[in-house]
Every structure is written in C-alpha cells, then in structure tokens.
Design a protein around this ligand. Structure first.
Ligand code: PYC
Length: 331
C-alpha cells in the first residue's frame, strides 16, 4: 500500500520546513491540542516517515494545515518534526504561512493579518506581500515565561553550569556563557551535539515544567545555548538543540520567545525594544516583548518573532508499506 503526500519544501532562515499540503489524516479532537494527541496516537508513522531518513533528516520539520476548531481564526496548524509534534514551532509557522499564502492554501479574512490555532494556543500574525511573495511574517506568540532559575548541573567534560528554564511554546533549558561554556564558536557544533542531550537529561532529573493551562505540554525538550551577537546590528546569538541530533539553523521562534521572556525577567530587555537574534549559522529573526501579561498568575510576556521563508520546490513523497524503511529510521 502506497500513501502519497504532496509537500511544499523550503526553509525559514536556513531551517527546513515541509508543508504537507495533501495527504493529511482526518483527526479527532475539539482543539488543535486534542488533535495533536490523536495524531500522536494513531498517525505517528506519517511523522516518522516524512521527517526521519530516508525521506527526511535530523533537522527535518514541517506541518499540516487544518480547518480551525475555534471561531475567529483562519486556520489550524499541526507541527511535525523529528522529536515529535511540537505544541508550537516558530520557524515552522513562518514557513507554513509563507507557503500557505503563496499557494492559496490559506485565505486570510483580512489581508496582512492572520489568526492561527496551534496546539499551544492562538497566535496572531502580520505579514507583507511584495511582488507576489510573502516578504516577512511576524508572529505574536503564546504567553511566554520563566519556569525555573538557577538549576545547577555538572556536565562531564564541561563542568558545573547554572541553567534557567523558560517557555516560549516549548520548554527550553537556557545556558548562558559561564565556566566551561565560553560561547558558541569556542564550543563548536560537535560539542553542542555531544553536550546538549546531557544538559537536557540532567535538567530533566531535577525539574519537569508543566504548562499551567495545558498539562499535555510538559518537560524540557530543547536546549538553548545563548551567546553574544557575532555581527553588527544583532543583539544575541544562539544554538538551539532539538530532537536527538539537530541544531536549529534558524534562530528558533519558540527559542527566541523563551529567550525574550528570560531577558525581560532579568531586566535586560524592555517592552518594545528590538532583539535581533542570530542563529548558529548567523541567520536572523527580530524579536520583541510586545506586552506584559500573566499566565495562570505567573508573570509572562507576549513575544513577537519576525522572519522570512522561501520555498525550494514541490515534493511528492510516497510512504510505501513495501519499503522496509516505510516508517523512517534514525541512526
Ligand atoms: O522555530 O520554534 C522553532 C523551532 C522549534 C524547533 C525547531 N525550530
């Protein structure tokens, strides 16, 4: 049996986005969060088949568009990537919205504005079209907050570290330069890939954050190595580790949101101040604290993240049950 998926492939600031425009399964659930659970329970083979090798790779990421469950929204989005179905994905949203608008798969009720339902909640977006293409997308993300500060871990080969945990649609262990971590260039990609799973596991031993409004969102999934900017006009740089072997090529939308909440909580960023965030490969998003809010009684912010995406082509992918690797594999 052969399953066919019509995809628009591209990237947001260097990180891949595969918008699955045809072949999405029918999902049950009264919200995108419930549909996420239904997808994970019944259709996870679609995610692994499209994201893992041999049809994907360690960084592969994407999503599906669905009719929303909520009134006053334009579309629902379900994210898929190598580590699972994220509650929210910033670079994925920028790519999915860009390809969706450019191909008539999203029809906005008001040009230049969108309201999307994602598993983590509802997000508002602005975008600009220039010469028939989406030039940029700005996400006003879900309420973001600092969940824990000063978690002390001892990483073999790196030494003692003090780690904070912040939420920006996923929970991030944030490591700032200190002790054995002297910045991204000194550490290098291979060491980031080696140390990040250890940092994540050591933080998980001490702390499990649970979203105050949706307990299906829990646990530290990503590690954000923060650093000073590397070029003029930027305010910070990061390397976000996700899945088992991925360094985000983009500055990471939910990671940037978590970092904005973190910097704001520490008094190092003001409302409205631009924060140009560079990725490991030095691509950029512009972040801002749009507003101060609260999340179930905790101080929180509404972050915004702006960036752009470009399609690289159409990709009709078969998952054929006759293929020994129909569900994909990871090494
Ligand atoms: O942009 O939010 C993001 C993201 C999450 C994982 C990879 N990118």
């Amino acid at each position: 049996m052969r399953h066919t998926f019509f995809c628009i492939d591209g990237h947001t600031a260097g990180n891949p986005v595969r918008l699955v425009a045809g072949g999405a399964p029918l999902l049950q659930g009264a919200s995108m969060s419930e549909r996420r659970q239904d997808f994970l329970a019944r259709f996870d083979w679609i995610r692994t088949g499209l994201m893992f090798e041999p049809r994907g790779h360690d960084m592969m990421s994407g999503g599906f568009l669905y009719p929303p469950t909520l009134p006053d929204t334009d579309a629902g989005v379900l994210f898929i990537e190598t580590s699972g179905c994220l509650p929210m994905c910033g670079h994925g949203t920028i790519g999915i919205v860009t390809f969706g608008l450019e191909n008539g798969l999203i029809v906005p009720r008001e040009p230049g504005r969108l309201r999307l339902e994602v598993p983590a909640g509802v997000i508002d977006l602005d975008y600009a079209v220039e010469a028939g293409r989406v030039a940029w997308v700005k996400i006003r993300n879900v309420p973001s907050y600092v969940a824990a500060e000063g978690i002390r871990i001892e990483v073999p080969g790196l030494g003692p570290l003090s780690v904070d945990v912040a939420y920006g649609g996923n929970y991030y262990a944030i490591v700032e330069p200190q002790g054995g971590y002297r910045g991204l260039d000194a550490l290098g990609a291979q060491a980031i890939l080696r140390f990040s799973p250890q940092v994540r596991a050591l933080v998980r031993e001490q702390f499990t954050p649970v979203h105050p409004l949706d307990p299906t969102i829990q646990g530290v999934s990503h590690v954000l190595w923060a650093d000073a900017p590397s070029s003029e006009g930027a305010h910070g740089r990061n390397a976000v580790f996700y899945g088992e072997r991925a360094i985000d090529r983009s500055p990471c939308g939910t990671g940037t949101s978590a970092r904005l909440a973190h910097l704001f909580a520490k008094g190092r960023l003001k409302v409205g101040e631009p924060f140009v965030h560079e990725s490991f490969i030095k691509s950029r998003f512009t972040g801002r604290v749009e507003a101060v809010t609260e999340l179930a009684g905790r101080p929180a912010i509404i972050p915004s993240v702006q960036g752009s995406a470009i399609a690289t082509g159409h990709n009709t992918i078969w998952i054929d049950r006759a293929d020994v690797f129909w569900e994909g594999f990871q090494v």
